[in-house]
Design a protein around this ligand. Structure first.
Ligand SMILES: C[S@@+](CC[C@H](N)C(=O)[O-])C[C@H]1O[C@@H](n2cnc3c(N)ncnc32)[C@H](O)[C@@H]1O
Length: 243
């Protein structure tokens, strides 16, 4: 699957990313496998999920391919050890983790390479947990118009780019793959929403970012005249267990 942006683009987006990306609801963390043992986080970014994982984990190591993203994570959560590494080449010994997890990142990995790496570092019976926030606004005019603009401005972008069948992808490698989902929403102002847009690798890959941002300001101003932008999300979690 072609990605609509670059996996290293986040390195230049740290401030926008950390300021405006959505967090994950408490129900998601309650649905994760038992975190009381050793936990490895992949693609941890600036640590949005890390800040919740560290409260619940026996021990936690966070990794990402981007040193600038991890530097921000370290500033905010200095108690968490960080290691720059790709999910496809993990610098850890076999069987060293009970849980490997990744928030909003598994769509970036090379699955046939990363999955055996994850299995290698998991102990027998351990679990991979990967999850995503997805804006759940299909049919709302402001959202559909935004997606039209993105698809027109970036030929590599499709509104369905994360809609992969992760269960089928993971099933050949694992003993079982479970699915869990929930919905939530957040309310934010335009300056924060603008930063959220600018934190996306596929927005930065547009032909004309500023024209896109101006159109969004107009469109969201019309849709939310009181300035309180209501953004609905669904969270999808997959838990895959090693035999
Ligand atoms: C959308 S961000 C998610 C960051 C964080 N987990 C969160 O929830 O905010 C995706 C992250 O995955 C990282 N990434 C992309 N490809 C990766 C790979 N192959 N291995 C490890 N990390 C990767 C990027 O550097 C980026 O920090």
């Amino acid at each position: 699957m072609t990605q609509p942006g670059s996996p290293t683009a986040f390195e230049d987006l740290v401030d926008h990313y950390d300021a405006a990306r959505p967090a994950y609801p408490a129900a998601l963390f309650a649905a994760l496998p038992d975190l009381s043992g050793a936990v490895l986080e992949l693609g941890a970014g600036t640590g949005i999920a890390t800040r919740e994982l560290v409260k619940r984990s026996g021990s936690l190591v966070s990794t990402d391919l981007g040193p600038k993203m991890l530097a921000r994570l370290h500033e905010r959560s200095p108690q968490v050890p960080v290691v720059v590494s790709r999910a496809e080449a993990l610098p850890f010994t076999d069987g060293s983790f009970d849980v490997v997890c990744g928030a909003q990142m598994w769509h970036w990995v090379d699955v046939p390479v990363a999955t055996p790496e994850v299995l290698r570092v998991l102990r027998p019976g351990g679990a991979l947990a990967v999850w995503w926030n997805e804006v759940a606004a299909d049919g709302l005019p402001w959202w559909d118009a935004q997606q039209d603009r993105l698809e027109a401005g970036n030929p590599r972008y499709s509104r369905t780019y994360r809609a992969r069948d992760y269960r089928s992808e993971l099933t050949p490698y694992f003993a079982s793959v479970e699915h869990w989902t929930t919905r939530w929403e957040r309310v934010l102002d335009w300056p924060t929403y603008e930063r959220w847009l600018r934190s996306k690798s596929y927005v930065q890959a547009l032909d004309d970012v500023e024209t896109f941002i101006a159109a969004e300001q107009q469109s969201l101003g019309d849709a939310f005249p009181d300035g309180r932008i209501v953004e609905p999300f669904s969270v999808t979690l997959r838990i895959a267990r090693k035999p």
